[in-house]
Design a protein around this ligand. Structure first.
Ligand code: EPZ
Length: 430
């Protein structure tokens, strides 16, 4: 099994190309099931989660071809992928496929809307909380679906004549349930209004793509989304938006090690709250023509308190990385996690590097230490694992991160991107 070996102490200098967003690419790929025409997605990152979803879509009958991969130095790693689901050959998403990644549950929306039925295994994914599916079920029920859970599967059927537009106000913000309801409503009869919708940029990106396919969606990116159902959707070509979590992760890495890095092909407006927190921690951040420049020279790392929140708040997907940064701050900081109840598994691993962190309910108290020391650590979930990389880059000596497959789910060529900026990071295959 692969491991990542880091020898800490080097500053980062150079350019890091930011990939297309995993969390936009996944729902966009799933949206291809809504049409019998070809959906072409550009800037799709090469990640384990994307490959897994390709297998899942293939199981439903999608014909998928990949091209346009560019790998030369300085260029982005983007791929262009064509998805054509001329016929849906199966409306079942089996446990073996869905259990590996929670987002694969989202096929329930397009399958139900297009075929009138779906049988989808209850999901798996990162073990960061209980992650139920009640909001999906309530939302789809508001569109007229009949839903039962049986033997670990969600069985959904639409009434004769298809789903009907409805009004549903989420009692709690859910990114995935917003994606699914929006996709299902595109082919429903009449108008659907989704209240307390997730405002994440990936939701707006999905709506943009669906509208290019002929859907009639307004308000995506705000708390209220209105969808006028249409009879069918066509193909389209769409470019996946930049990965704001990858952007924030590398910005935090530079803030941690010091240095001067341009994050290319990304947009500051996707992560204002996180960038503000990094600025307060002592890094200078400015916008360039093609992205963001992050600099930290002499200044030390200042302690900053954060609370995770749905967009536009501080993203839960950057919480672990920010904690990594705070382990070396010059004082005491507090990080409160409000989205997932079990997203502090990195705490004990960071402690192995010498971090001083104590937990009280959903809040972590981090007492900054002058030095971290490299150690063997274990990745526990996707974002937790990259927080160990950030800490390892600033730790003295060698940090060996095992269970790297977590990293490969969401970070494209991490070691290559960091090495080009002067870090000592390598993949070790046993
Ligand atoms: C998406 O997950 C992201 N995944 C997650 O990123 C991200 O952490 C999360 O949104 C929050 O921003 C993808 O986009 C593929 P939610 P999702 O539904 O949609 C509860 C990463 O590291 N909830 O917004 O699964 C849920 O338990 C991943 O890239 C219900 O209670 O998250 C959580 O507490 C990890 N009932 C909260 O809502 C439901 O039916 C928000 O979850 C659904 C969700």
């Amino acid at each position: 099994m692969d491991r990542i070996r880091i020898v800490g102490g080097n500053q980062l200098h150079g350019v890091i190309p930011i990939s297309g967003a995993k969390n936009a690419a996944l729902p966009l790929m799933i949206a291809s099931l809504l049409t019998d025409d070809t959906l072409t997605l550009e800037n799709v990152p090469h990640l384990a989660d994307v490959e897994q979803l390709i297998r899942i879509l293939g199981n439903h009958g999608a014909d998928i071809s990949v091209n346009g991969r560019r790998e030369r130095q300085g260029e982005s790693y983007a791929r262009t992928i064509h998805f054509t689901s001329r016929n849906i050959v199966s409306t079942t998403a089996p446990y073996e496929l869905v259990s590996k990644m929670r987002a694969s549950f989202w096929v329930i929306g397009p399958l139900l809307a297009r075929e009138g039925k779906a049988r989808v295994s209850l999901p798996g994914g990162c073990a960061i909380g209980t992650r139920p599916v009640d909001l999906f079920i309530e939302g789809l029920t508001a569109l007229g679906a009949n839903i039962e859970i049986d033997g670990g599967y969600v069985n959904a059927t639409a009434p004769e004549g298809g789903l009907t537009g409805g009004r549903y106000v989420f009692p709690k913000v859910s990114v995935g349930a917003t994606h699914v309801l929006m996709m299902a409503a595109t082919l429903a009869n009449g108008t659907t209004v989704i209240g307390n919708a997730a405002r994440e940029p990936e939701v707006a990106d999905l709506a943009k793509c669906l509208n290019a396919m002929g859907a009639r969606i307004t308000g995506a990116g705000t708390g209220t989304i209105t969808i006028e159902g249409v009879r069918s959707l066509s193909g389209a070509r769409h470019r996946v938006l930049p990965d704001r979590i990858e952007t924030g992760t590398y910005a935090m890495a530079v803030a941690m090690t010091g240095g001067d890095v341009i994050l290319e092909d990304t947009e500051a407006s996707l992560l204002d709250t996180a960038l503000e927190a990094i600025r307060r921690a002592g890094a200078e951040i400015s916008e360039t023509n093609s992205g963001i420049r992050v600099v930290r020279n002499g200044a030390g790392i200042r302690p900053v308190d954060i609370v995770t929140d749905p967009f536009p708040g501080f993203p839960t997907d950057l919480q672990a990385q920010f904690m990594g940064l705070m382990t070396k701050s010059s004082g005491v900081s507090h990080i409160t996690e409000t989205i997932f109840e079990n997203r502090f598994m990195h705490v004990q691993e960071l402690a192995r590097l010498g971090a001083k962190i104590s937990l009280s309910g959903q809040t972590a108290k981090i007492e900054g230490v002058g030095r971290l020391k490299g150690a063997p650590v274990m990745a526990t979930d996707l974002r937790a694992s990259v927080s160990l990389v950030i800490a390892g880059l600033a730790a003295e000596g060698e940090t060996m991160v095992s269970r790297v497959y977590h990293l490969d789910r969401g970070f494209e060529r991490l070691e290559e991107k960091l090495t080009r900026c002067g870090a000592h990071v390598e993949r070790v295959s046993d």
